[in-house]
Design a protein around this ligand. Structure first.
Ligand code: SAM
Length: 358
């Protein structure tokens, strides 16, 4: 076992999988995952762990570097678990994410040729996050190391915005107690807010395009403070948002227009009555669930009511793929648009448009 643990191997990087780990093959064909690489590179890795069907390794040396390799600006890059792609030229990050979405939809979604479009870039490659959460322990303030609860101290976080870094600097001088500290740019609403506002504006354009030309009824499930509903409400006779956060619904109910309603509570409880407000043919259902995706009860309700269109916003390609597969007997996937809400990190946001099969 000791020999296996120390084993160093040279291999080629076939792809970078969702999560940011490079994928290569050991001499026996077993898949091996390791961080910090770019497809096409030749690297030396040290095996850290052997599992039944795959191995995990640490990167030792880059033997043949990609022309898309760049110098990461952050002094703790690689030791901090927050970013996975600072070593990759931004235009290549967008391609990697697009390929990951297509690959996930093929493998887990059963789509033979998923209609995945180019990734919408973030106008800001750094300085974009309007909130971060840092941890304090024994005087050290920062983020967790990869796969660990050990804290890497950070003075400044290059993906966080200036105002958020100012809050971090203030926190550091206040000698905080051990604990977790959310740092957010000032703003009135404390509930869910898109992390990268410039990209959120691009996402609104994508969703508006997908919802066009509108219709009778828009049901915006998991609507937060009405981020999408308020943009789309003029396109529909009736807009119904569903959200269980009291603060978010209170914010959504400000500035209501005719035909705009927000229901407070679980989507499971409100989806059936909300969709009953118009026939399925005139209905667009917008879904923006948390990372776990859709509950089977929600999927059953969709398959029963059969709205004409579904716009599914997802922050997790794996659960998106699973849910699209469950809807595949009744819907076809028309468009899939990755949107780079989180540059330098492995996270991916996707908008998918589904249309009911005849
Ligand atoms: C990913 S956020 C999207 C928010 C909103 N669409 C936006 O863009 O600002 C998911 C939202 O769903 C809400 N939520 C999660 N599970 C829910 C459920 N079962 N019923 C109602 N709301 C839920 C959360 O409170 C959160 O506001």
């Amino acid at each position: 076992m000791e020999d296996t643990v120390r084993l160093e191997i040279t291999l080629s990087v076939e792809q970078v999988a969702f999560g940011g780990q490079g994928l290569g093959r050991l001499p026996d064909g077993k898949v091996c995952f390791f961080p910090g690489v770019i497809p096409g590179e030749r690297v030396q890795v040290r095996i850290r762990r052997q599992r039944a069907s795959y191995a995990e390794a640490d990167l030792v040396k880059i033997l043949e570097a990609s022309t898309d390799r760049v110098k990461p600006p952050c002094p703790v890059y690689g030791r901090c678990g927050g970013c996975q792609y600072q070593h990759v030229k931004y235009s290549r990050q967008l391609l990697i994410k697009r390929d990951q979405v297509a690959d996930t939809l093929r493998r887990l979604g059963g789509l033979v040729d998923p209609p995945v479009e180019d990734t919408v870039p973030s106008p800001l490659e750094y300085d974009y996050r309007n909130r971060i959460t840092v941890h304090a322990k024994a005087g050290r303030i920062g983020f967790f190391e990869p796969r660990s609860r050990k804290i890497v101290g950070v003075a400044q976080c290059p993906i966080a915005s200036g105002p958020v870094n100012a809050l971090l600097a203030a926190l550091r001088t206040s000698r905080p107690q051990d604990g977790e500290y959310p740092l957010r740019e000032p703003g009135e609403f404390r509930g869910f807010r898109q992390v990268n506002e410039a990209v959120a504006a691009c996402l609104l354009d994508v969703v508006e395009d997908m919802a066009s030309p509108g219709g009778e009824l828009l049901v915006d499930a998991y609507c937060g403070a009405g981020f999408f509903a308020k943009r789309l409400r003029e396109m529909f006779r009736l807009t119904v948002g569903i959200e269980w956060s009291v603060d978010a619904v209170r914010a959504a109910r400000q500035g209501l227009r005719d035909g705009e309603v927000y229901l407070l509570g679980d989507v499971k409880q409100h989806l059936v009555p909300a969709m009953a407000a118009a026939p399925g043919e005139g209905t667009t259902l917008l879904l923006d669930p948390p990372t776990e995706g859709l509950d089977p009860e929600i999927l059953a309700c969709i398959l029963e009511r059969r709205p004409a269109r579904i716009i599914y916003i997802s922050c997790n390609p794996a659960t998106l793929a699973r849910d699209l597969k469950r809807l595949s007997g009744a819907y076809s996937v028309r468009r899939v648009k990755p949107v780079d809400m989180f540059p330098q990190t492995a996270e991916i946001e996707v908008a998918a448009l589904l249309e009911k099969l005849p």
